[in-house]
Design a protein around this ligand. Structure first.
Ligand SMILES: Cc1cc2nc3c(=O)[nH]c(=O)nc-3n(C[C@H](O)[C@H](O)[C@H](O)COP(=O)(O)OP(=O)(O)OC[C@H]3O[C@@H](n4cnc5c(N)ncnc54)[C@H](O)[C@@H]3O)c2cc1C
Length: 525
């Protein structure tokens, strides 16, 4: 599309300054392209931000996303990002009551300790041996699949050959993951801990024939070629800030408070109409990259919007004056909270919660997991709070689909928050409420976000944290060479809704930039 006289023109206009939009901007600007990024909010980062949600309190929380696994080190190196991850000393802790006594499973702290922890819970060696076999298998798949994410999409057969293990392929790509969990593990708690990776932001049962849970599981075990989930130093906003700096240094313009409202494309380029507080404007581009969701893309191009695959999670951010004591006498809270602390996530509990939510009710015992990031990265607290022993706490709840909040978001949020925290309190020797800090106005430092809140704040369709259901990491009819192509030749997706999108990875941003550069090389226009 040739630009009208007076219309500013760029090689690439990017709609959205989420971390993926910024990755695309940085790659393209470094390759010498002129780039404009339009962001509707007053700040960059989308769901990857650090913010101070509590009035007058020096705690920078990863307000939405919080752990990193899927970001290829290649992107950090290519863009010269000043960004560090820190690994957690403990992988997970799951409290449970057995024979009327509080106990639990602590995974991490070395092989011998983990083996002993399994033996303490299950009374034998079997479950830990199964754990090692199972995660040995996912580790081998991770090594082979993760490097493909930043290459052109392999076909299903190519990826299968690359995995080169028919049992692993069947387990992860073909049969509902519940079958493998039940085949490998006997203990209900151990089964639940394994299954949770299949249910993060994904409303599905272990045996769902759609295999949505398998795709979610796959993305949770392949990151970095190991499946480890690390804490971003400085919170998730540190990544966004490093990306924005890299893009700007390379010459990209990034403007906030600019909402794209229309995209008109043809075979040569596209025009983007945007709105600011001062009115409307138009920019032209040889390529438009959309970091917003596929739903938003449809609205912008005037196409029929796909039905959103609703989100199903509760996100709670808290600040504590101290970590609560546990009922389990054998575990130090500083270890229990350092990893992923699972609550009401036994295998049977997860199935019941899903069934209740699918029948239109809030789960009676809502499953969730909590994390204390300040144990791994104290820099997110101001020196005064850190000195007084304050800690952050993040909770991610499962199996509460957006539809459950439709009739009264505020009331359902309150009810769910109360019942979720009651599940945690059942494992504590003192109520969590006694440990909550207060803000400058005397209010407890706690905020909760439902799927409807996320839809309103971040424009995540249906509150889906991945923009839409996760895709298999191989080509399918209509997916294009890089998984970012759309019905418009000069409009690409560069956000979580692309094939191999979802999560804090930068992968769709990288792949959309590669598609543009490859197109330019092939066409020299
Ligand atoms: C509560 C929560 C917890 C999560 N936890 C994790 C985690 O721990 N680890 C992990 O890997 N992933 C996690 N995720 C998922 C991950 O955060 C997202 O998949 C990822 O951030 C998506 O990045 P993105 O850049 O593609 O899109 P987004 O972050 O959604 O950014 C899109 C940007 O586009 C902007 N935009 C939208 N429409 C327009 C428009 N019309 N004009 C201009 N701008 C527009 C938006 O304002 C936004 O800034 C979590 C997500 C949520 C919500």
């Amino acid at each position: 599309m040739s630009a009208n006289q007076g219309t500013r023109a760029y090689d690439a206009v990017i709609v959205g300054a989420g971390h993926n939009g910024l990755v695309a901007a940085a790659y393209l600007a470094r390759a010498g392209r002129s780039v404009l990024v339009l962001e509707r909010l007053g700040h960059t980062g989308g769901a990857a931000v650090s913010s101070r949600p509590f009035a007058g309190v020096e705690a920078r929380l990863s307000r939405y996303s919080y752990l990193v696994s899927l970001l290829p080190p290649k992107i950090v190196a290519d863009l010269g990002l000043d960004f560090r991850l820190r690994s957690r000393t403990i992988s997970s802790y799951t409290p449970v009551e057995r024979a009327g006594r509080p106990t639990g499973l602590l995974v991490g702290g070395g092989e011998e300790r983990t083996r002993a922890a399994f033996a303490r819970l299950t009374g034998g060696e079997r479950e830990y041996a199964a754990w090692q076999r199972f995660y040995g298998m996912t580790g081998r798949v991770a090594e082979r699949v993760f490097p493909t994410l930043t290459e052109p999409l392999p076909s299903r057969d190519e990826l299968r050959r690359r995995v080169d293990d028919e049992t692993a392929w069947r387990t992860l790509f073909e049969e509902p993951v519940g079958a493998a969990v039940e085949e490998h593990f006997e203990d209900d708690l151990v089964r639940g801990v394994v299954l949770t990776d299949a249910l993060i932001g994904t409303f599905a049962d272990a045996h769902d024939p759609s295999l949505a849970q398998n795709r979610c599981f796959l993305y949770h075990v392949i990151g970095g070629g190991t499946g480890a989930w690390d804490v971003p130093v400085g919170g998730m906003g540190a990544l966004t800030d490093a990306l924005a700096a890299a893009a700007r240094t390379a010459g990209a313009e990034i403007v906030t408070g600019h909402e794209a409202v229309r995209i008109d494309g043809d075979a040569d380029g596209a025009e983007v109409t945007y709105r600011t507080a001062d009115g409307e404007g138009v920019v032209a581009a040889r390529h438009v990259l959309v970091n917003a969701s596929p739903h938003e893309l449809a609205v912008l191009t005037g196409a029929a919007a796909p039905e959103p695959a609703e989100g199903a999670q509760l996100k709670v951010n808290m600040l504590l004056t101290r970590l609560p004591r546990l009922r389990d006498p054998d575990v130090d809270p500083r270890e229990a909270f350092a990893g992923t602390f699972h609550i009401a996530e036994g295998y049977g509990q997860l199935a019941t919660a899903h069934a209740q939510a699918a029948a239109g009710r809030l789960p009676a015992a809502p499953p969730s997991e909590i994390y204390c990031h300040s144990l791994t990265d104290p820099t997110i607290l101001g020196p005064e709070l850190a000195g007084r022993g304050y800690q952050t706490l993040t909770l991610f709840g499962l199996h509460t689909p957006a539809r459950l909040f439709d009739h009264d978001n505020d009331a359902v949020r309150e009810e769910l928050l109360e019942s979720t925290l009651a599940q945690l309190d059942a494992h504590l020797a003192e109520p969590l409420a006694d440990c909550l800090a207060t803000d400058a106005d005397g209010r407890p430092c706690i905020e909760a976000k439902t799927p409807l809140d996320l839809e309103r704040d971040l424009r995540l369709p249906g509150g889906n944290i991945f923009h839409r259901a996760l895709s298999w990491p191989y080509s399918q009819p209509g997916t294009g060479r890089w998984g970012v192509e759309t019905a418009h030749p000069r409009v690409l997706l560069c956000g979580a809704g692309a094939v191999r999108g979802g999560g804090v990875s930068g992968v769709p941003g990288h792949n959309a930039a590669m598609a543009v550069l490859e197109h330019d090389r092939n066409h020299q226009d």
